[in-house]
Design a protein around this ligand. Structure first.
Ligand code: AHM
Ligand code: MG
Length: 335
């Protein structure tokens, strides 16, 4: 079998499909290299003194784990000097990180959740790094937070690295979704899935069921109907999975189908949801759509949502197309 590396894949995308300008290629390679370093830290666990909390909070008031901070630093250090970026934004930083003056400024902007699923770090369950790439619009000098407030449909690339039994990089540059597996012996990313597709139908849903009593009626209706099984309105039995690492739950959906939901909750009525639009929902929605699935916030396509602020939150329903359309329909019907 021909062994295709990440570099080779990117060069071929650039050559054959004109999908990847040189700066973007460099950016993706640098992110992939940073993820290798994060994978090494994750794998060391207690031996590397990387477990536990760091004793600080992020801008959303969440307790930061040591690995949240380490991963954030690794991504910044790896990316700031290459000349491909104008600025970065992260779930773990209050405001944007502009590339320092001593380095050349590029035209891309990188957004990331450096270590998603942090509640799973200390229990040795799969976690990941999610990233999204935007291009700076216009050619004015400098970069500000406003430059980041673009709808997800303008992403130039998106992906995640999953630190599980295998370390894998799942990527889209707008030409389908591919996955690479890290070969630990050679240190290279090897293309192992050249065309990921999500089946349109599924019998598997992923949601944190413990919040059910706090959801809006359309959300409860959808899950109630799944739970009713063969004799209910859906006429089939559903299975449920919830890892509580978005990367891992979405990875399963990309591998075998399913629907993932993190809906609005009445306990925080002014917050549209828990997950972040720019660092989590947009990159995952881009991947899922590129694999033939769908992603909405219960009303509109996630990739059409225009963010008003950097750390904006959103409801998320994504995965197998027919299920996402159904639950979205239930929400629209009550308007
Ligand atoms: P994090 O970015 O702080 O790790 O939080 C996001 C995570 C997602 O990975 C996951 O889908 C969700 O939070 C789990 O939430 P819950 O703890 O309610 O199950
Ligand atoms: Mg996260």
């Amino acid at each position: 079998m021909r062994r295709v590396s990440l570099t080779q894949y990117l060069v071929e995308q650039q050559r054959e499909h004109g999908m990847i300008p040189a700066q973007l290629r460099l950016l993706i390679e640098v992110v992939a290299r940073a993820c290798k370093r994060i994978a090494i830290a994750v794998n060391k666990g207690a031996l590397g003194d990387v477990l536990g909390t760091a004793g600080s909070e992020n801008v959303q008031g969440e307790v930061q784990k040591k690995l949240d901070i380490i991963s954030n630093e690794v991504l910044i250090e790896a990316n700031e000097w290459g000349g491909h970026l104008a600025a970065m934004a992260s779930e773990e930083m209050d405001s944007i990180h502009v590339v320092p003056n001593r380095y050349p400024q590029g035209e891309y902007m990188l957004l990331f959740d450096p270590l998603d699923g942090s509640s799973n770090i200390d229990v040795n369950v799969s976690i990941g790094t999610i990233f999204s790439v935007l291009r700076k619009v216009g050619h004015t000098r400098g970069v500000s937070e406003d430059d980041f407030l673009q709808p997800g449909k303008h992403q130039a690339a998106a992906g995640y690295c999953i630190y599980g039994p295998q370390t894998m990089l799942v990527l889209t540059v707008g030409n389908g979704v591919v996955a690479f597996t890290l070969d630990r012996e050679t240190g290279s990313w090897v293309l192992t899935q050249p065309e990921i597709r999500i089946p349109e139908d599924t019998k598997e849903f992923a949601i944190n069921m413990s919040n059910m009593r706090h959801w809006a009626p359309p959300m409860r209706r959808y899950v109630d109907e799944c739970l009713a099984g063969k004799t209910g309105p859906r006429g089939k039995d559903f299975n449920m999975r919830w890892v509580a690492s978005m990367v891992t739950d979405v990875h399963r959906i990309l591998m075998r189908g399913g629907i993932f939901m993190y809906p609005w909750d009445e306990r925080e009525p002014d917050k549209p949801g828990k997950l972040r639009l720019l660092y989590e929902a947009n990159p995952m929605a881009f991947l899922v759509e590129q694999a033939g699935g769908a992603a909405t916030n219960g009303r509109e396509r996630i990739l059409d949502v225009v963010p008003a602020k950097l750390h904006e939150r959103v409801s998320v329903m994504l995965g197998s197309r027919n299920e996402v359309e159904r639950v979205t329909e239930y929400h629209r019907n009550v308007e």
